[in-house]
Design a binder for this molecule. Structure first.
Ligand code: MSP
Length: 644
C-alpha cells in the first residue's frame, strides 16, 4: 500500500474553534484512521495560521502580543483535538522556525524562476479574508467583502507580485489531465471557470505589517499570509531543511502516493488555483487532490464568528462525550454539501442511531447471551444464514463509500446491517427461545449471528467513533480492536468468550429536558404550565449577543425620513460600520459625532429605507416615546470593547 498524506486547513488563531472548524479535522481524522486500517503509510497534518493583520488586530484589541494570543488559542486547539481523539501526526504553527525556512525557500525558487516582480498595488482589502478585491467583486452598496459582508478598506502600496497570469494555461491543462485534482466534480467546474475567466497577477507581499514572515531581502515587507499559510503543507514535512529534516518531504510529497488537502469551499480557490501555481513556479510536485466540503449552517447562514451564530463544541463534548459529536457531523453532512446544525437534530440522531440502533442492539444481545450461556458469547458460530450475504454487501458498500469520502453513505451502509440484524432477531425471538428451549444450538447460532453483525458494524465504526467502537468490540466479547480491514469479513467473533455486563454506551437523552435546559421557552403566552422563570436565559445565550462600545465618526440624516440617522461607527475593526438608527427625533447628527454608543455588533445586516445597517444602537425609550441612547459612563473606552 502507498503513502497517504492528508491535511486540514490551518486555523486562524483569532477565533476559538467552532463546529465548522472541527468538522474538517474530524473528517481528516476519520479518513486517516481508515487509511491506516487499509494498510497505508499515513501522515496526518493539522495546525494553526498565526500571521497577518487579522491576528495582529485581534491581539491588539485584547491588549496582548500576537504570539500570546496565538499560544492561548493553540493550547485550546490541542486540548480540543485530544478530547476529540484526533490522531494527527504533526501540528504545524506558522510561527515556527521550520515554517519560516520553508516559506523563504519556496519564495527563493519562485523568484529564481522569474515569476516575482515589484509594482504598485491598489485595491479593496478585506482583513477577514486577508485578500484584495476589485470593485466588481465587492457587494454593493458599501464596498462590502463578498464573503464576510463586512466593510473593506482601500489600500495602496508598493508590493511584490507573482505572475499568476502565466499559469492560466498550465493550470487548465492540469485540470484536464487530472480531473480528480478537485473534488467534488461540481467544484472543479467552478475552479476551471474561474481560471478560464482570466488570472490576474497576485500581490504576495505586504508593506508595514510586522506580524508575518519577512520578505527575503526586503526589510519592511512581509510575505502575504496566504502564501505563508499554504506553504505549511510542505514546511511541516521538512521542506527547505537539511537532508534529515526533509526525509519526510521526500516520503510524503515527492513520492507517488496520495497528497490530499481537505478544505472548506470558501478557501478552495487558494488551494486549487494559487497553491498549485506557486508549486509549479517553484518546480515542486502538486497535491494529488483538493477536496472541498460545504458549510455548517445555523438558521440557514454560514456558521461564523462575524455572523455570531457559531456552535462551540465544548458543551456537547462535556455533556455527551466526543464520539456522539463526531458521529453527528459525519452522519448529518453529505461531504461536499452544506448542512444545518440544530440541537434538536443532534438529540434525535443520538437517540435513534446511537442509543437505540447501536446501543440497545448490542446490550440486548449481550444480556441474552450472558443469561443463556453462563456469562459467555454463544458456544456455536454460524456460517450459513441470511445475514452473511447482507454483511458482505454492506462491507463492499462501506468500503466503496470510504474511498469516495462519502462518510454518510458508509454509515448508512453499516446501519443497514444493524437494521437487518434486528429484523432477523425479531423474526426468531431468541428471548422466547431461551424460555421455551433453553440454551440450544439453534439459539446459539441466532445470538452469535446478531453479535457478529454488531462486531462488523463496530469494526466499520472504528475510524468514526474511536473511543466507543473499541468499547463495543470489547463489550460483545470481540476483544481488542483489529488493526486491519480484514476484520470486516464474516466470522470473527470468538465463541465461548467471557462476557461482562455491558455498561450503557449511549444513555438516551431526555429531549424535552435537554432542549429546555439549553434554551428555556419564552414566557409570553406560555399558559399555566409555564414556570415563572421560563423567560430566563442562561449566560451562554446572553454571551451570544455581542455588545460593543463604538465611536461615532460621522452622522447624517437619512433623506425623507423623520426618524432615521445614518452613522459611521468605529468598532475597532479597522474600518467603520454604517449603522442606521431611529433616533432623529431625539438627537441632532452634529451632537453625536465624537460621542460613544453601545452597538449590537452581531446583528444580521438589514436595510432601512434603502440604507444598509450593520448593527443596532442600544437605547431606552422615555415617557414620551423618545429614544435615549445607552452610553458608557466614562469617556475614552477603546472602540470595540465588549460590553457584558
Ligand atoms: N487560515 C485559513 C486557512 C489556511 S489553509 C492554508 C482559514 N482559516 S479559518 O480558521 O478561517 O477556517 C478554517 C477552515 O474552517 C476552512 O476550511 C473553513 O472553510 C472552515 N470553516 C469555517 N466555518 C465553517 C463552517 N461554518 N462550516 C464548515 N466549515 C467552515 O481559512
Amino acid at each position: 500500500m502507498g503513502t497517504f498524506y492528508v491535511t486540514t486547513p490551518i486555523y486562524y488563531v483569532n477565533d476559538l474553534p467552532h463546529i465548522g472548524h472541527i468538522y474538517t479535522t474530524v473528517v481528516a481524522d476519520t479518513l486517516a484512521r481508515y487509511r491506516r486500517l487499509a494498510g497505508d503509510d499515513v501522515y496526518f497534518l493539522t495546525g494553526t495560521d498565526e500571521h497577518g493583520q487579522k491576528i495582529e488586530r485581534a491581539a491588539r484589541k485584547e491588549g496582548v502580543r500576537p504570539i500570546e494570543l496565538a499560544d492561548r488559542v493553540v493550547a485550546r486547539y490541542h486540548e480540543l483535538w485530544k478530547k476529540l481523539g484526533i490522531s494527527h501526526d504533526d501540528f504545524i504553527r506558522t510561527t515556527q522556525p521550520r515554517h519560516a525556512r520553508a516559506v523563504s525557500e519556496i519564495l527563493r525558487r519562485m523568484i529564481a524562476a522569474g515569476d516575482v516582480y515589484e509594482a504598485k498595488h491598489e485595491g479593496w482589502y478585506c482583513t477577514g479574508c486577508e485578500t484584495f478585491y476589485t470593485e466588481k467583486e465587492l457587494r454593493q452598496p458599501g464596498n462590502l467583502c463578498p464573503d464576510h459582508g463586512t466593510a473593506t478598506e482601500w489600500k495602496s502600496e508598493e508590493n511584490f507580485f507573482f505572475r499568476l497570469s502565466r499559469f492560466e494555461r498550465p493550470l487548465l491543462e492540469h485540470y484536464e489531465r487530472r480531473p480528480d485534482f478537485v473534488r467534488p466534480e461540481s467544484r472543479l467546474n467552478e475552479v476551471r471557470a474561474f481560471v478560464a475567466g482570466g488570472l490576474k497577477d497576485l500581490s504576495i507581499s505586504r508593506f508595514g505589517l510586522d506580524w508575518g514572515v519577512p520578505f527575503p531581502g526586503r526589510p519592511g515587507h512581509s510575505v502575504w499570509v496566504w502564501l505563508d499559510a499554504l506553504t505549511n503543507y510542505i514546511s511541516a514535512l521538512g521542506f527547505g531543511g537539511g537532508p534529515e529534516e526533509s526525509s519526510r518531504y521526500d516520503r510524503y510529497w515527492k513520492s507517488d502516493g496520495v497528497r490530499m488537502h481537505l478544505v472548506g469551499k470558501d478557501i478552495l480557490r487558494f488551494h486549487a488555483v494559487f497553491w498549485p501555481a506557486f508549486l509549479m513556479s517553484a518546480g515542486l510536485p502538486l497535491p494529488t487532490c483538493v477536496w472541498a466540503h460545504g458549510w455548517w449552517l445555523r438558521d440557514e447562514q454560514k456558521m461564523s464568528k462575524s455572523v455570531g451564530n457559531v456552535v462551540r463544541p465544548d458543551h456537547l463534548i462535556e455533556r455527551f462525550g466526543s464520539d456522539p459529536l463526531r458521529y453527528f457531523l459525519l452522519r448529518e453532512m453529505v461531504f461536499g454539501q452544506d448542512a444545518g446544525f440544530s440541537d434538536e437534530t443532534f438529540v434525535d440522531r443520538f437517540n435513534s442511531d446511537l442509543a437505540n440502533d447501536l446501543g440497545n442492539t448490542a446490550s440486548r444481545l449481550v444480556t441474552l447471551s450472558r443469561s443463556a450461556f453462563g456469562g459467555r458469547t454463544p458456544p456455536v458460530a454460524c456460517d450459513d444464514n441470511p445475514l452473511i450475504a447482507v454483511a458482505r454487501e454492506v462491507v463492499a458498500e462501506y468500503r466503496a463509500a470510504m474511498e469516495e469520502l462519502a462518510f454518510q453513505g458508509a454509515l448508512r451502509a453499516l446501519w443497514r446491517l444493524l437494521a437487518e440484524a434486528n429484523q432477523y432477531l425479531v423474526a426468531r425471538e431468541p428471548w422466547k427461545q431461551i424460555k421455551t428451549a433453553g440454551p440450544s444450538e439453534a439459539l446459539s447460532r441466532v445470538l452469535w449471528n446478531g453479535l457478529e453483525s454488531v462486531r462488523i458494524v463496530a469494526t466499520g465504526l472504528l475510524p468514526f467513533v474511536p473511543a466507543v467502537a473499541p468499547r463495543v468490540l470489547a463489550g460483545i466479547g470481540a476483544g481488542a480492536p483489529p488493526s486491519t480491514l480484514d476484520a470486516l469479513g464474516w466470522g470473527g467473533l470468538p465463541v465461548g468468550r467471557e462476557l461482562a455486563p455491558l455498561e450503557p454506551l449511549f444513555p438516551r437523552i431526555d429531549k424535552e429536558k435537554y432542549m429546555s435546559e439549553i434554551a428555556p421557552p419564552a414566557a409570553a403566552g406560555g399558559g399555566a404550565s409555564t414556570p415563572p422563570d421560563a423567560n430566563l436565559i442562561d449566560i451562554e445565550r446572553f454571551a451570544s449577543v455581542e455588545l460593543k462600545v463604538g465611536d461615532v465618526l460621522a452622522c447624517e440624516a437619512v433623506p425623507k425620513s423623520e426618524k432615521l440617522l445614518k452613522l459611521s461607527v468605529d468598532l475597532g475593526e479597522g474600518s467603520p460600520r454604517q449603522i442606521v438608527a431611529g433616533i432623529a427625533k431625539a438627537y441632532r447628527p452634529e451632537d453625536l459625532v465624537g460621542t460613544q454608543v453601545v452597538v449590537v455588533a452581531n446583528l444580521k445586516p438589514a436595510k432601512l429605507m434603502g440604507n444598509l445597517s450593520q448593527g443596532m444602537l442600544l437605547a431606552a425609550t422615555d415617557g414620551e416615546g423618545l429614544p435615549i441612547l445607552v452610553r458608557p459612563h466614562s469617556a475614552g473606552i477603546a472602540a470595540g470593547t465588549r460590553v457584558k
